[in-house]
Structures are given as C-alpha cells and as structure tokens.
Design a protein around this ligand. Structure first.
Ligand SMILES: *Cc1c(COP(=O)(O)O)cnc(C)c1O
Length: 395
C-alpha cells in the first residue's frame, strides 16, 4: 500500500489539477503471493489462473512464468493468453461454447476442454472427427451434495453449469463410442468466494471420492480432478482472510489418505489477483443530502462494479492530498459516516455506503483495496462515456 500511496503522491505533485483516477497494480506483490501459494501446494497439485478475474496483458505476462497454466472461458481469452505465450497449458470451460470456439480451442492446442453437457459432447466429437484430432476432455459435474457456500453458487443446486451428477453414468456410456474424445477426469468448479478453509478441504475430498468412484464403477481413466477456484477474499473484514497454509496443510493429509491420487488442478482467479490491485479515485465533491454525507468521486461503478454488484461497502483507505488550488475554503468532514458515490447519473453508483471517515477533504483520494479481481473486467466501461481510468503497473 505504501508503494501505491507514494506513487499517487508523486503523480499529484506533477499534475495537481488533474483529478486522479486509476487502477494501480503491485506486480511484485502479485509475484510473491503466487509463488507462495504455489510453493505450499502438496505434490501432485497444479495451479492454473482463471483469466476472467483479470485479463490485462500485464497480469497474464506476470503470471505466465509462475503458474502451471491458464483457465480460459472464451476464444477471446484463449487469444489473449496465446498472444503472450504460445505454449503454456490452457484448460477451456464455459457453458455456451460455439462450434467455432471448440474448433479454435483444438487448433490453439488447449490441454483439456471441460464439457458441460451431453449435447456439447456430441458436438465436440463431431468437430474432433472432422479435424481427425484426438481431443482430451474433462466432464464438468454439477454435484448434488451440500457444498461449501460462497458469495456465488455454481453447483450443488439448479444452475446452467455442468452435467447433473445423476447423468454422469449415462454420459460415460455414450463417451465410450466417441473415439476422438479422450476422457482424463472431472471438473467441479462449484462456488466463488468461499472463506472457510475446512469446508474447502471437505469439498476437494468429496470431488476426489466422486471421481474415483466413477472411474472404478464405469472403468474409465482418471488422471485429473479439477476442483476449480472459489477461494475467497474477505472484503468485509480485511484482516480475516482465507488461511491458505491451513488449507494446504489439511489438504496434504486428505491426499495421503486417498492414494493413489489423481492430479489435482486448482483454477483460482480472485484469490490470486484481488490483493495486488487498487482502484484510486479523487474526491470531486462533498455534500449533505437528507442528513447524510456523500463524497462524490471521479470514477465509480462503471470502472469498478464489484461493490455495486455485491451490494457491499468496499474496503478503502483515504490518502490525504495537501495541494489546494482554489481561492475559497476547502470543504472538510471528519468522524462522520459518508457514502462514496461515483460520477454516473444513477443512485446505484455507490462504492461504499455510510462508512465512518476520520477526515476527508475535497481533493483527497480514496484507495479501494482488493480491486485486482473482478474489478475493471466486470464493469460497464462505456456507460456515460466518461474517460477510462489509467492502468498503472508498478514493480
Ligand atoms: C470463474 C471461474 C473460476 C475462478 O473462480 P474464482 O472464484 O475467481 O477463483 C474457475 N473456474 C471456472 C470454471 C470459473 O468459471
């Protein structure tokens, strides 16, 4: 954070009149975090990065030498990664793949395609045989068992994702006649933003048990169990984060009990990139309406939709800026709850609601933390046609 603050202060000195609005990424912090995450994984585990969390070229470039590969969810993401690395392993999922995407994925040599339905399986086999290509797949399963809860739930209930657990036997039968498809295992990504380490260990354990059972009952090969991503970031209590090392220590035990264990793939997004990113915006106005304080900033949910989408107050720090260039007094509030609103013409453009600020003046800068995942990438950038934030990557 210090590095980020110093950079902003430097920029404001150079250009005091330009309202500050930027995403800032600490690339060395990202590198250290991912090295640490990967180092503590048990043997036999591989770490993939889910590109949709943040698909900036510089982020992909920083991660490429550190992860085992990338999880991609569209042909566009395949191209983004391949523009940076023509060989790194890719695994390709998503509920609505077109024929062109499936063909493109085969041509771009993805390692596995995660098949999401029986119809998709038929289509993929058709395409594979027309190209005379042997295609390696995992079946994406929507499990029935109670699964750990997260902010978003992709399986364990009725959703558009994966193949219903009860239909796996039928799909495995059909697969036996599809000579161009080679099954390697199962894919289970089921939730996002789980903060409970023990529940996540139980989830991984369940995935392995299910996969091993199917492999035995239906005599199919099993070399990979992909347990997806879903490791959470605590936006409400920032000092209580998911304890990755507790998780991996317990996981080591579980994997030992399940030997011989297939390879375990993780495809994490949020947990890898959230912490390295900051969204910093300057206070343009302070006002009181109906008895409540509002700080209005240059920026908002069109750059950083996450807090509006999840209806939470996003954690922030206030950076005091000393410069004041107007000939009239500078507005200031202190020790009061304030709502941080953006520049859009909608009351939904709120980044934090009624959060107590120690001291806030016009021209100060809010620095929103944990903005490196599902920040810029999920936002509606062009609504109202305001300028984009600067994208700054610090070493
Ligand atoms: C989004 C997604 C991920 C990454 O999820 P996180 O919660 O960011 O870790 C992994 N796998 C699939 C299939 C996804 O759709």
């Amino acid at each position: 954070m210090l590095k980020i603050k110093n950079y902003i202060l430097e920029q404001k000195l150079k250009n005091p009149k330009e309202p500050f609005c930027a995403y800032l990424y600490d690339c060395s912090a990202l590198r250290e975090h991912v090295i640490q995450v990967k180092r503590s994984l048990p043997d036999g585990c591989q770490l993939f990065y889910a590109v949709k969390a943040n698909s900036q070229a510089k982020i992909i470039e920083t991660l490429a030498p550190l992860v085992d590969g990338f999880e991609v969810a569209s042909y566009g993401e395949i191209e983004k990664v391949r523009a940076i690395d023509s060989n790194i392993p890719l695994i390709f999922g998503g509920p609505a793949k077109t024929d062109a995407e499936l063909r493109g994925a085969i041509e771009k040599k993805v390692r596995y395609i995660h098949v999401e339905s029986l119809h998709e399986l038929y289509r993929l086999h058709e395409i594979a045989s027309s190209l005379e290509a042997k295609v390696s797949i995992l079946l994406r399963v929507n499990l029935h068992s109670p699964l750990p809860s997260g902010q978003l739930q992709m399986a364990g209930k009725a959703t558009q994702f994966g193949i219903d657990e009860s239909q796996i036997p039928n799909v495995l039968e059909k697969l036996k006649e599809m000579s161009f498809l080679q099954l390697h295992g199962f894919h289970f990504h089921s939730m996002s933003n789980n903060l409970d380490e023990e529940a996540h260990v139980r989830f991984v354990s369940l995935c392995i048990e299910k996969a091993q059972q199917w492999a035995m009952d239906y005599d199919v090969p099993l070399s990979v169990v992909n347990v997806g991503g879903g490791i959470g970031v605590n936006y409400n209590e920032v000092d209580q984060q998911f304890h990755w090392s507790d998780f991996t220590n317990q996981l080591k035990q579980v994997l030992k009990e399940k030997e011989p264990c297939p390879g375990i793939y993780f495809e994490c997004g949020r947990f890898l990139t959230a912490a390295c990113g900051y969204y910093a915006v300057e206070v343009l106005d302070i006002k009181q309406n109906h008895g409540k304080w509002f700080a209005v900033v240059r920026g908002g949910s069109h750059h950083f939709r996450l807090p509006a989408a999840w209806k939470h107050s996003h954690p922030f720090a206030v950076l005091a800026i000393d410069h004041w260039s107007y000939p009239f007094p500078r507005m200031e509030i202190s020790q009061v709850p304030a709502t941080v609103a953006g520049e859009l013409c909608t009351p939904n453009d709120v980044l934090a609601r009624e959060v107590k600020v120690e001291r806030l003046r016009l021209g100060d800068i809010f620095i929103f933390q944990y903005a490196g995942a599902y920040g810029w990438d999920i936002s509606h950038h062009d609504f109202l046609s305001h300028p984009y934030p600067e994208m700054i990557f610090l070493e």
